[in-house]
Design a binder for this molecule. Structure first.
Ligand SMILES: Cc1ncc(COP(=O)(O)O)c(C=O)c1O
Length: 403
């Protein structure tokens, strides 16, 4: 029960620093300006859980709730949408400052480029974001999901008008298939991970995610967090937030904790190996944290995480389930937050670190105490509402089989 393993990052700020210029404050402000051009744009809430902070003996626990992003129940659309916008902008020579949602939807863009097809591999959330963005801008999307993916998450993709399929392979093999199918068909790959020779679009996706950090920085005013817990699949999300936060807070940046499922713990294993090289996880990666079930780190993200993260933590599925229950059943006047499997694991981990005497060494390593202000990001809501109930109501983890 609640298996938690951690490893300190021996390479933090060692050697050459990462190039964070694409996540600089100036770049991130341009990105946010683009997102704001969408008519229904609304900042997601940053909620303080005061009763829980008191109960666990820390100064403040804040949760940025991305389940409320554009009715899509997850943060992912920020990346897919921005990458598609940048792709179209680049094709037509539109400078970043002039990229707006309406301009991209205009008939003149359609006349110049025709109907584009964007293709991607996904656990569900990224694909839904790409499908939604393509539909909103009048283009097409073809989305492939790994073996064992949720049929309800696939349905969300179909609901956005995209073609969508569940493959017989794990996430990383599905990404390979997508890259090949794009070559054969002349489609555009909008993939949320980078590899040798494919870095530009993943960097645009990461820039798209930086809007979350910019919003948090604006919402927090002078109250900077001391600790930032970030869940990782391929690491694009975590490294985008790290890059933006470091660019903004500089030497007063928080301690950074990377959180992963134990079945797909590539960053934890990379820290464990201690050579400063990324280590991949292979196989089925069977975890309830579908969004984090990725075994190969994003090449660009790995460098950022290696240079700036403090520790990586590998968690069993019940840690995520614990986080879902805590967020869904608040103390006193705290806000209720519906958080899905990949969204809730940082909360499950924080709870265990602050309440389990067996984990006191990690707590001390991180200087988690009564002065700590911890920031968590709920990256998804109940993106599979049936599974959410099975886990929260029935405790049906980790062995539930209904896909
Ligand atoms: C809900 C959720 N949280 C976190 C992540 C992790 O993002 P990344 O793969 O960039 O590490 C994902 C990825 O799909 C996700 O869907």
């Amino acid at each position: 029960m609640n298996q938690i393993y951690w490893k300190k990052n021996a390479h933090k700020r060692a050697g050459s620093m990462s190039d964070l210029s694409f996540l600089s404050t100036e770049e991130s402000n341009k990105v946010l300006q683009f997102h704001k051009s969408y008519l229904k744009y609304k900042e997601t809430p940053l909620t303080t859980l005061s009763a829980l902070s008191n109960y666990l003996g820390v100064k403040q626990i804040s949760v940025k709730d991305e389940s409320q992003r554009y009715n899509l129940n997850a943060f992912k659309v920020l990346g897919g949408l921005y990458a598609i916008a940048k792709y179209i902008g680049n094709q037509l020579g539109i400078p970043d400052e002039q990229l707006t949602f309406d301009k991209l939807k205009s008939p003149s863009v359609k006349e110049s480029l025709g109907t584009l097809t964007f293709v991607s591999a996904t656990d569900g959330n990224h694909g839904r974001g790409v499908a939604w963005a393509a539909q909103q801008l009048g283009h097409q999307a073809v989305i492939h999901m790994p073996k064992g993916s949720s049929s309800r998450r696939l349905q969300h993709i179909h609901d956005c008008g995209a073609e969508g399929y569940i493959t017989d392979w794990n996430y990383d093999k599905t990404v390979e298939y997508v890259a090949n199918s794009a070559k054969e068909n002349g489609w555009v790959v909008i993939q949320d991970t980078a590899w040798e020779g494919y870095e530009e679009i993943p960097k645009w996706i990461m820039q798209g995610y930086s809007a979350i950090a910019t919003e948090v920085i604006n919402q927090s005013e002078s109250k900077k967090p001391t600790h930032l817990f970030l869940q990782a699949g391929v690491g694009s999300f975590a490294s985008a937030i790290i890059g933006s936060v470091i660019s903004n807070y500089k030497e007063t940046s928080p301690k950074i904790v990377i959180v992963e499922p134990d079945q797909a713990n590539c960053f934890y294993r990379s820290f464990l190996a201690g050579k400063g090289e990324a280590v991949a996880v292979t196989g089925d990666m069977d975890t309830i944290m579908a969004g984090l079930a990725c075994g190969v780190p994003n090449k660009v993200s790995w460098e950022i995480i290696r240079n700036y993260a403090d520790i990586a933590v590998s968690c069993s599925d019940d840690v995520a389930a614990t986080g879902m229950r805590i967020l869904g059943n608040p103390l006193d006047k705290d806000e209720r937050i519906i958080s899905g499997e990949s969204g809730a694991v940082p909360m499950g981990l924080l709870y265990k670190l602050l309440s389990d005497p067996n984990l006191v060494k990690v707590k001390e390593e991180l200087d988690l105490d009564s002065d700590s202000h911890i920031l968590l990001i709920n990256t998804e809501g109940d993106t599979d509402a049936v599974k959410y109930k099975q886990i929260v109501w029935e405790g049906a983890h980790p062995s539930y089989q209904s896909r």
